[in-house]
Design a protein around this ligand. Structure first.
Ligand code: GDD
Ligand code: MG
Length: 368
């Protein structure tokens, strides 16, 4: 049985002011009827032999997750609540420990995990599922599967995977050995990688056996394993909610899956000799809804290239996104602008500067 592990503990600051600490972007219906988190759960519908998802999120968002699952009339295998955010490596480690725990009933041994971020749009669900089915076969051994996206620009917020030897499967589809994994490069490095045409973006989805993740992490980051095992030893249950030991988990270093493990999967890395790592290229209409500009790109635009939601009166506007929640917003002559109106805050930004919203929000926070 395949075990989906859904990571839903991010803060989504670049989507402020709609995305808030109390209500981060994965719980917003940014693309339509369902929240991004719900879309992640629904994307699994139709896959055979899939367990209910193990969801990891922040303690603060437990009722959001429970309510969003209830709306879908679906159950979680468990909703694991992190007392503080320690990024994705500790979250995945808790998930693997829960699945491997003989005394629990979460799984029957050492299942393949399908690790899913909850901030993506996937247009072609059929192809996504086809690749997941393919991945299950490949993940049976000591192998980590990554899913690669054909890149179109030198984004610095993504991981980059250099394709190594080509492997052709029985079914005739192609995948590659991972020759190099570079997480969040600087602008120049990203440009070079795009130009070389040898790299794919890392989609952030992974597949591997729970024991494979644990073995790699123990090799590369024993400190994270130790902290998580203490936290897991103190796991307590409250209905569908599970809480790791709070002080134990807080003592864990904060690190992402990509930095903790994936970057060391490069061929010839001094940390090598671990699991085999392969990349399945996927063309599934994938987008990481990281910042407002990606929402503008993803949503249907009018003839002037505008995306408008709510009570908005706009004139002579082009290539802009305006969302109004509470008030009438009137605009004239705007070009390449992002304008987000909410009850207590308004964001106005140039479309090219939306990455800076994160710093902006951090400054606002530090000023109280
Ligand atoms: N449970 C939990 N706990 N989930 C978390 C935490 C945490 O502390 N931090 C982040 N997440 C969730 C986010 O909500 C998101 O769904 C997912 O984990 C990935 O985290 P991001 O913070 O969005 O990562 P990223 O977008 O910067 O980078 C990752 O994704 C890119 C593609 O979208 C990396 O894997 C990159 O290599 C990749 O290109
Ligand atoms: Mg992301």
């Amino acid at each position: 049985t395949l075990h989906p592990v859904i990571l839903a503990g991010g803060s989504g600051t670049r989507m402020w002011p709609l995305s808030r600490e109390a209500h981060p972007k994965q719980f917003l219906p940014l693309m339509g009827e369902h929240s991004l988190f719900q879309d992640t759960v629904l994307r699994l519908d139709g896959l055979e032999e899939v367990a209910a998802p193990l969801i990891l999120c922040n303690e603060e968002h437990r009722f959001l997750v429970a309510e969003h699952m209830r709306q879908l009339e679906k159950n979680a295998l468990a909703i694991t609540l992190e007392p503080v955010g320690r990024n994705t490596a500790p979250a995945l480690t808790l998930a693997a420990m829960m699945l491997l725990d003989n005394e629990s009933t979460f799984s029957d041994g050492d299942p393949v995990m399908l690790v899913l971020p909850s901030d993506h749009v996937v247009r072609d669900i059929e192809t996504f599922q086809k690749l997941v089915r393919h991945g299950i076969e490949l993940a049976q051994g000591n192998t980590i599967i990554t899913f690669g996206i054909l890149p179109d620009s030198p984004r610095t917020g993504y991981g980059y995977i250099r394709m190594g030897n080509r492997i052709t499967s029985d079914g005739g589809s192609n995948f590659f050995q991972v020759a190099e994994f570079v997480e969040k490069p600087d602008r120049d490095a990203a440009k070079k990688m795009i130009k070389s045409e040898a790299y794919l973006w890392n989609s952030g989805m992974f597949m591997m056996r729970a024991s494979v993740w644990m073995r790699e992490l123990r090799r590369l980051r024993p400190d994270i394993v130790d902290a998580c095992s203490n936290a897991h030893a103190a796991l307590s249950r409250d209905g569908e909610f599970y809480r790791p030991g709070a002080t134990e988990f807080a003592a864990c270093p904060s690190e992402s899956i990509d930095y903790a493990v994936m970057e060391h999967m490069s061929e010839g890395s001094p940390q090598g000799n671990g699991a085999k790592c392969i990349v399945l290229p996927m063309e599934i209409g994938w987008t990481d809804l990281g910042a407002w500009s990606s929402l503008w790109e993803e949503r249907e635009q009018d003839a002037g290239g505008n995306v408008i939601q709510g009570d908005v009166y706009a004139h002579s506007m082009s290539n802009s996104l305006i969302i109004s929640q509470r008030r009438l917003v009137a605009a004239v002559g705007l070009e390449d602008i992002i304008l987000i109106e909410t009850a207590d805050a308004v964001l106005a930004a140039h479309r090219d500067r939306v990455q800076d919203v994160k710093e902006l929000v951090e400054q606002l926070k530090s000023q109280g």
